[in-house]
Design a protein around this ligand. Structure first.
Ligand code: F6R
Length: 366
């Protein structure tokens, strides 16, 4: 049932090229001119009327929401807020009658996310659920549903559900952008072209597995690690740190790279592993200077950037090169080495990878 893999998590990481392809199928037309989401019941009028979006989710799905905000704001020009469901429920969010609430939940059964869905419906708001489980509570109760076609995810640590959530959010952003006329033809070519290329790119990133396994072995005794990046790289850093914590039990913190000097640099000392993401071209120089700050304190830095980059390797100890694609969809590519890092760190430490301590696959209590 694990298809020759040692653990479900490993299998699910390797299934991502297929999962991404399945999520795109039927939604991206062949000549990459448009996105179709026929499952949405929105009229053109209601679609034009959306004046803000609230994304609500927990854990890894919340991390997907952070990327979704960036995509929707950039591509569809609608203001988006992203909240952790257990906070959203109790903070009395400011909504308008035309606020669209998007709940993201792999299982479709997370208690706090469902409560946010129900509260929003009670307020008369339109709710869209992005879920991986057809027939789940979220799928049944939301006004509209987009299924992430990742297939069943068994390992507690979410991997292919996250990347397919991202694909779905990009599709949604492009769909909204095309309907509202905010998606220029250049941006369309960039985003839709990058999405279409993702299954191949994801396949290529998986080739980094042996190097990451070696890195995980060398650093299995680490007590603290840091993940740093700016912009979308920061959102992916949060996900990388969560993954490492939940299955390897190594303490990890994600930091917006520019924020380090406001306190956290005090923790960066000789040999502390820092995983530095530098995929955002417009932020590259700024990130590089933050990487130099941690190097100056003798951190051990593993950098992630695009293939062909000649600069980063001069400032870090090791580099993982990502196959080139648009920085807009970088999170889907960059997260894969971080999933592998968490996986191998958990394996070398002898942990129960698929069932980490204290965690459940579906959190049905508040
Ligand atoms: C982490 C993880 C959790 C879930 C969270 C929400 O790897 O899997 O953080 O993402 O419990 O679950 P869903 O998406 O089912 O609502």
């Amino acid at each position: 049932e694990r298809g020759g893999f040692q653990h479900f998590m490993q299998k699910e990481i390797h299934e991502q090229p297929k999962a991404i392809r399945d999520t795109l199928t039927g939604r991206l037309d062949e000549d990459l001119q448009s996105v179709a989401l026929p499952e949405l019941s929105w009229t053109d009028e209601s679609l034009q009327a959306i004046d803000r979006i609230h994304i609500v989710a927990c854990g890894t799905s919340w991390h997907a929401g952070l990327v979704g905000k960036d995509a929707i704001e950039k591509i569809a020009k609608i203001p988006v807020e992203v909240d952790v469901a257990s906070e959203y429920r109790y903070r009395d969010p400011l909504v308008t009658p035309n606020t669209l609430v998007i709940v993201i939940t792999q299982s479709g059964e997370t208690a706090d996310t469902l409560a946010a869905l129900r509260d929003s419906k009670q307020k008369g708001l339109r709710v869209l659920a992005i879920t991986n489980v057809v027939g789940s509570s979220a799928a049944r109760e939301a006004d509209d549903v987009l299924i992430t076609w990742a297939g069943p995810e068994i390992a507690v640590a979410s991997t292919k559900a996250y990347t397919t959530q991202l694909v779905t959010l990009y599709l949604l952003a492009a769909y909204l952008g095309q309907a509202r006329g905010t998606l220029s033809s250049d941006a369309k070519a960039e985003v839709l072209g990058a999405l279409a290329g993702l299954p191949t790119v994801a396949e290529q990133v998986l080739d980094a597995a042996p190097r990451i396994e070696r890195f995980a072995k060398d650093y299995q005794e680490a007590r603290d690690t840091f993940f740093i990046g700016r912009g979308l790289d920061y959102a992916v850093s949060l996900e990388g740190a969560l993954k490492l914590k939940e299955i390897s039990y190594i303490h990890a913190e994600a930091y917006a790279a520019g924020e380090l000097k406001h306190g956290t640099l005090a923790l960066i000392t000789d040999g502390v592993p820092v995983i530095a993401l530098a995929t955002q071209t417009h932020l590259y120089e700024k990130t590089l200077s933050n990487i130099k700050e941690v190097k100056a304190r003798d951190a051990f830095v593993l950098g992630l950037t695009w293939a062909g980059d000649e600069e980063l390797k001069k400032s870090v100890d090791e580099v993982i090169y990502l196959p080139r694609t648009s920085p807009v969809v970088a999170p889907i590519v960059a997260v894969i080495p971080l999933q592998l890092l968490a996986y191998y760190a958990a394996v070398v430490r002898g942990n129960d990878v698929d069932k980490p301590r204290n965690l459940a696959k579906s959190v049905t209590v508040e």
